[in-house]
Structures are given as C-alpha cells and as structure tokens.
Design a protein around this ligand. Structure first.
Ligand code: UDP
Length: 326
C-alpha cells in the first residue's frame, strides 16, 4: 500500500474497473463513484463503491470529503455513437456537464490532479494515418463533440488553477483481465471483438460486417486495438508522471498496429477454434476507413509500451465471454 486514495468515476465500467485493479496492484486504494446505470456493481472489487450521478457536484464533493483522494481518474461517460446522434442533449449533459460538476467538486477541495478517459473520436475522419496528437481535431458526431468538450473543460480548469492533467485519447480498447476478474460488459454490445466472440459462442447473432468496400487491402475498416490492461497501466503511470511533471498533457493510447475487421475475425477463428458466421452489411454511418495511432508521445513521456498482441486481446476476451456469458 502506498496509502494514497484515487477517486475513480465510472470505476464500475469496462476501462474503469480494469484501472481499479491496476491501481490496487500498484498500492493505491481506488474509490469508485458510479451511477450503476451503465456500470456493474459486480465489477467493483478493488475498493469501496459510492453510488452517485456524475452531474451531481455536491454528491461528488461529499465523496471527496469522505475519502480525501490525492487525484481523480475520470471514466464516467456515455460512449455509444448511435445513441449520441439520437439523444445529443443526454451526451452533452452527462459527458460535458458531468465533467464540469467533477471539476467544480475538485476545485472546492483543492484536488489538482486528474487523468481523463478520452477518445480518438475527436479526430473524426482524419486524412492522414497514423494519427498524432497534432492531427486536426474534427469530431463528426455528438459523442465526439461531448468528449472534446470534456477535454476542454479539464484543460481550461487546469490552466486556471495550476492543475495537472493527462487526457488519454484511446483507440480501440479490447480484451479483458487475464485472470477473468473483470471484462467487457456493455448492454447493448456494439463493439467488434465482443460481437465476434458472442457469435463464436453462439450467444449472439452472426457477426455483421459493416462494409467491405472501403479503400483498405481487404475492403473492411482498419482499427488499432489495444488491450484494456495496457490502457489501465498507462493510467497508473500517468499518476507517477504528474507528480514530477506538473502541467497538462494529451496522449494517444494505441498499439500503433492496424488490423482489418476480416483480420480480427480470422484471429478469433484461430483463437476460439470456432466457425464464426458473418453477414456483410452496408457501411455504418460515421466509420473511418483507417484509424491507427502514432503513440510516440506517450511512449517517450511515460516510458509506457503496449504489451498485448491482438491474439492475446482476443484470447482474454474469449475466456471472459465463456466465463461470464456477456
Ligand atoms: N464493426 C463491425 N461489426 C460489428 C461491430 C463493429 O463490422 O458488429 C466494425 C466497425 O464498423 C468498425 C470496427 O468494426 O470498422 C470497430 O468498431 P467498434 O464499434 O468496435 O469500434 P469503433 O472503431 O467504432 O470505436
């Protein structure tokens, strides 16, 4: 134990719960603050759970007063692009409004350090690949807009109060805890790897491939998949970094390797040994052909390296699907 407590908003969610485990392993006490609307009580295993709304600044302030965290990690947000198109105000309220409430509670209690879950969706449909942090910011849907607002709220508050912050722009988070203690559990599930594995396990429908006429080698979209435990490790490293490097930082978090939808399906066939039925469907609105990170900035600053291959990500996710049935 290092005696330090970290407030983790959204700690009952996918990346949040893996990060709580990584924090506990590094000697921190993670305190989860989660509404449990999208998160799951069962995934909070490494510290206390406080149930509350991310937009409720007074409730957050009360939790801060109770536990006296030295820093905050902010995962609580809505993340489904299609839903954001239908209900943009809900995304603005929860993602942007929630971040404002959190920052207000932090300022009231003099907490100046925050690590934020961001997304490569802020780049929209970039013209150049790989994507660096200096690539033009041009989100194309309300989800991306709301995540960009989160970035700006944190950066502006940090500048005004001499705070220290890291915003990680994740590429495609995948995989699960190798020990099977937590994993991906979204309802409904929209992501590629869990949907492939559900099709392999016979839980879900055949995998729908959204478009095979993209300008890529096999016509399907190329993405940069990164193990959720590699993401979690980067968050813990960011806390160490901010102790000796006050100020603000934006880092891409990706493995810098691109795989097409068909390559991911082939990997899953190998890993699971199952046939994976697929149907080819029209393109999904808003999908870029290729999204691959240039992660050199985070590697240089934090000394962090992604460790898990795509195969390991699929293998860990497969064991989680078999164990949990999600
Ligand atoms: N995809 C697909 N079938 C699915 C889910 C996703 O073909 O059931 C494709 C999607 O069009 C994209 C890639 O897989 O090209 C990754 O999608 P995901 O939703 O996992 O992440 P995103 O890149 O949208 O954040």
């Amino acid at each position: 134990m290092n005696g330090k407590t970290i407030l983790v908003t959204g700690g009952a969610g996918y990346v949040g719960s893996h990060t709580c485990k990584a924090l506990a392993q590094a000697g921190y006490t993670p305190v989860t603050y989660d509404s449990l609307i999208r998160g799951h009580r069962e995934l909070v295993k490494w510290g206390p759970l406080e149930i509350g709304d991310i937009c409720d600044a007074a409730a957050i302030a009360a939790v801060i007063k109770k536990y006296k965290p030295s820093a905050v990690m902010h995962f609580a947000a809505l993340t489904v692009v299609g839903e954001s198109v239908e209900q943009p105000e809900m995304y603005q309220r929860t993602n942007a409004g929630g971040t404002t409430a959190l920052v207000q509670a932090m300022l009231e209690h003099d907490i100046g350090t925050i690590v934020v879950s961001g997304t490569c969706a802020v780049y929209g449909i970039p013209r150049i690949t790989p994507i660096t942090e200096d690539t033009l910011i041009a989100p194309i849907n309300p989800y991306g807009h709301s995540k960009l607002m989160m970035e700006r709220i944190v950066a502006d508050a940090g500048a005004a109060s001499n705070g220290s912050w890291v915003i990680f722009r994740y590429f495609n988070a995948a995989g699960a805890d190798p020990d099977g203690e937590t994993g991906e559990w979204h309802e409904p599930e929209t992501h590629l790897i869990p949907n492939i594995l559900r099709a392999a396990a016979g839980i879900g429908a055949p995998l729908q491939v959204f478009g095979d006429d993209y300008p890529t080698p096999d016509g399907t979209c190329v993405r940069d998949y990164i193990h959720v435990c590699d993401i979690a490790r980067a968050h813990v490293a960011a806390l160490d970094y901010l102790e000796s490097h006050p100020g603000g930082n934006i880092f891409n978090l990706g493995s810098e390797a691109g795989y097409s939808v068909r390559e991911v399906i082939d990997t899953a066939r190998r890993v699971t040994g199952k046939p994976i039925p697929v149907t080819v469907e029209p393109r999904r609105p808003g999908d870029s052909a290729v999204l691959v990170a240039d992660a050199s900035r985070v590697k240089k600053a934090l000394g962090w390296r992604p460790q898990a291959t795509l195969e390991q990500q699929v293998d860990d996710a497969w064991r989680w699907v078999l164990k949990s049935g999600y």
